[in-house]
Design a protein around this ligand. Structure first.
Ligand SMILES: *Cc1c(COP(=O)(O)O)cnc(C)c1O
Length: 375
């Protein structure tokens, strides 16, 4: 059976984890956390990057930094992972779901403005499959209405929009290093901060509400509890594991892109024949091959397609059940306007095996199995 996902492993992880242990420093914010923060900031041109315990907690930090009050509204797509929503619900917001555009499955930027009310405070843009949302339009809307922009770039590490790294365009960006993502530390993530005025607040939030970071820099002579907060620091062992992978980021990215491109080339004739739809890459978007999806005609055909692949030893999966129709979505949010694409397109979409180290042989088995569905 060809797995749907295999967590990335470059081979040097154990050496770095060993170093973390030998340093006798395994709690958060040690040398490896700092190396990861610096690597991410340099590589992506980010003003400030803070490693977190997950993509979810990076989103929670971002939501807390938006200073939401009860009744405030956050605009987000319904076609996304639950974490995009729960972060804002925990911060007290009401969710306003906006439809997606079918070519990228990202939030439809042309439908955002109609969802804005005098309660709206934030637009959350999730970059599906590592392909950027239309950020120029989104940033322009946010500027004109005085809204903050949070980028859920959990899937977008190493992707760019018009030359800018995803996660660095909005006020806050959130990465995930879960084992299902392109770069991993088991569980982990990072918060990217655009404006330096938020740096201190973020440090306090992730250090249990204390000004400990300032203390360690010698800026205060004792540290104390100054605000609300939590613990968002990953262990040094996890940071060391991630650091090994970041040093191989280009190798991982190129390997994934090779598989993605092979799939795209093999399935382009199916698209031309009207049998499937393939992902679009709008102008200015450079992606990171986070996933390869295609769309069948409807739910019934997709079910048969997934079964066909399974019979041929290939595991393919689908997602997401739209959040607005889920029990919690009904409780915490509303859909703005008409759901033209979110539900319909989510029922047609299927994802193929794609991971670092997928062999050419396995890739060809996937391709043959897909093509044989129409024979
Ligand atoms: C993976 C993912 C998250 C959550 O990341 P974790 O590190 O698993 O907490 C959030 N949003 C999206 C879109 C994701 O794909």
């Amino acid at each position: 059976m060809i797995s749907f996902n295999v967590p990335p492993l470059v081979g040097t992880e154990l050496d770095y984890v060993k170093k973390a242990i030998e340093n006798h420093k395994i709690c958060g914010d040690g040398p490896f956390t700092k190396e990861c923060n610096a690597w991410l900031a340099n590589r992506f041109g980010a003003q400030k990057v803070l490693l977190t315990t997950s993509g979810t907690t990076a989103l929670e930090m971002a939501a807390l930094m938006c200073d939401l009050e009860p009744g405030d509204e956050v605009i987000l797509p319904s076609f996304t992972f639950s974490s995009t929503a729960t972060a804002f619900v925990l911060a007290g917001a009401k969710l306003v779901f906006v439809d997606v555009r079918p070519d990228t499955m990202n939030i439809d930027e042309t439908k955002i403005e109609a969802a804005i009310t005098d309660k709206t405070k934030v637009i959350c843009a999730m970059h599906y499959a590592g392909v950027a949302c239309e950020m120029d339009t989104i940033m322009d809307i946010a500027r004109r209405h005085g809204l903050k922009v949070v980028e859920d770039a959990a899937q977008g590490v190493m992707s760019t929009y018009k030359g800018k790294a995803l996660g660095t365009i909005g006020d806050f960006g959130c990465f995930s290093f879960h084992e299902t993502k392109n770069y991993s530390m088991g569980e982990g993530g990072a918060l990217l901060i655009r404006d330096p005025e938020y740096n201190e607040r973020a440090e306090i939030l992730r250090e249990k509400g204390t000004n400990r970071a300032k203390f360690f820099r010698g800026q205060v002579d004792k540290y104390t509890w100054v605000d609300y907060g939590s613990s968002y620091l990953p262990s040094e062992m996890n940071a060391a594991y991630l650091y090994a992978q970041l040093l191989e980021a280009d190798r991982i990215n190129n390997d994934r892109l090779a598989s993605w491109n092979a799939y795209y080339e093999a399935f382009a004739p199916l698209e031309q024949a009207g049998k499937v739809e393939l992902p679009a890459l709008p102008e200015g978007c450079v992606h990171n091959a986070h996933m390869f999806w295609l769309k069948l005609h409807d739910l019934e055909e997709r079910t048969a397609f997934i079964q066909h692949l399974k019979d041929n030893g290939v595991l393919a999966v689908f997602h997401y059940i739209p959040l607005h129709s889920a029990p919690a979505g009904l409780k915490f949010g509303v859909f703005s306007g008409e759901d033209v694409y979110t539900t319909r397109e989510s029922e047609r979409l299927v994802r193929l095996p794609l991971y670092y180290g997928l062999t050419e042989e396995d890739r060809n088995t996937v391709i043959r199995s897909v093509l044989s569905f129409w024979k």
